[in-house]
Design a protein around this ligand. Structure first.
Ligand SMILES: O=C(CNCCc1c[nH]c2ccccc12)Nc1scc(-c2ccccc2)c1C(=O)NCc1ccccc1
Length: 327
């Protein structure tokens, strides 16, 4: 029965969180992503112009999956593609002896320029893995039968190292009870229903809830346009800046706390988490941590929300469920 824990190190402005993973005989820093299901990494096969500055997976330690290839495009139109090897992957002491490792032969500039990240480790459901002709399992699905309990937990923090655990829940990491809600796996995401939202101390609801996913791979909190609009209407100097592609606020603003009702419990995102980052270094205008989910089709509870809670991704029962607790 395996259990393990690995650090989640925040990058600038908590834009993403990176964790050390041993693949074959190289240690790489990967972005654990509950919003996708591919484990891919820069490799010795990647063009030097695209992989400069990144840690590289050397497939010589693996066994090529003949005829298998992968190609993924994310909502921001960033993309990567390549071929596939079965190799040993170790995360915090948890070992997958034959994990499908997707070696990149091409990556888009968003990943090239993010030099701290050597790739992604998908933790969504394997049904959305992009390997063809035969999709392969995520790291969690590969090891889940060997885990003490088929769960993993996410404990991200603002501007500080958090952690992921596999196979157990760490009661020292949260306060109060864990509130569980059912997960709909139809779209391959950890998808749940949020009951409602409100801002500040008042219980003036900013709107009914809706369908949402828990997504460590997305930095911000994307909510129904009406909820985002109502939230920013309470902040002096807040505006929707179509050139920046979202709401901005003065960096000097103290946004109100944001409350989310899930499973009958209320979870609070401190207002300071929503003063996300200056548009450019030195700018006095900051990008908002809450944005509208227009065009996505559901809300995305990304890192801005997840770093305010302790989250349990539980696939140990008859159907998957998500648990949330106050940190
Ligand atoms: O893809 C993931 C999780 N992996 C992200 C990996 C990644 C993609 N660039 C990266 C760059 C660096 C590190 C990791 C990643 N989540 C989901 S579900 C639905 C959408 C979506 C669909 C349509 C339109 C918008 C979103 C996304 C999405 O594109 N999020 C990223 C994002 C969301 C908004 C803005 C930017 C990015």
């Amino acid at each position: 029965c395996q259990t393990g824990e690995v650090a989640a190190d925040p990058q600038l402005y908590d834009q993403s969180y990176l964790s050390p993973v041993t693949i074959g005989n190289s240690e790489l820093m990967l972005d654990f992503d509950t919003g996708s299901a591919d484990l891919w990494c820069f490799s010795t096969e990647s063009p030097a112009a695209q992989s400069a500055g990144h840690g590289l997976y050397n497939p010589s330690t693996g066994t090529e999956l003949d005829g298998a290839f992968w190609d993924i495009t994310y909502g921001d139109q960033s993309a990567a593609s390549g071929n596939v090897f079965a190799d040993k992957v170790v995360v915090g002491g948890v070992t997958a002896t034959k994990q499908a490792v997707e070696a990149a032969t091409s990556v888009s500039y968003e990943f090239t320029e993010d030099v701290a990240s050597d790739g992604l480790l998908g933790l969504a459901f394997s049904s959305i893995n992009t390997i063809l002709p035969q999709p392969q399992t995520t790291f969690f699905d590969t090891v889940r039968n060997s885990l003490a309990k088929a769960v993993f937990t996410v404990d991200l923090k603002k501007g500080a190292a958090g952690s992921y655990t596999f196979g157990y829940i760490d009661s020292s990491k949260y306060s109060g009870a864990i509130t569980y809600v059912p997960v709909n796996t139809a779209n391959g995401f950890w998808q749940f229903t949020a009951d409602g939202y409100s801002a500040g101390g008042s219980d003036s609801s900013t709107g009914r809830g809706g369908v949402a996913i828990a997504d460590t791979g997305t930095s911000l909190l994307y909510l129904p346009a009406s909820v985002a609009k109502a939230y920013y209407s309470g902040i002096q100097g807040a505006t929707f800046d179509f050139r920046q592609g979202g709401y901005t606020i003065p960096c000097s603003a103290t946004p109100p706390d944001f409350n989310v009702a899930i499973g009958g419990k209320t979870f609070t995102v401190p207002g300071s988490y929503i003063n996300y980052a200056p548009l450019r270094a030195g700018s006095s205008t900051c990008f908002g941590g809450i944005q509208a989910d227009t065009g996505i089709g559901f809300s995305i509870f990304g890192d801005v929300f997840l770093k305010a809670v302790y989250a349990v991704f539980d696939d140990s029962g008859s159907s998957p469920r998500l648990g949330f607790a106050a940190q």
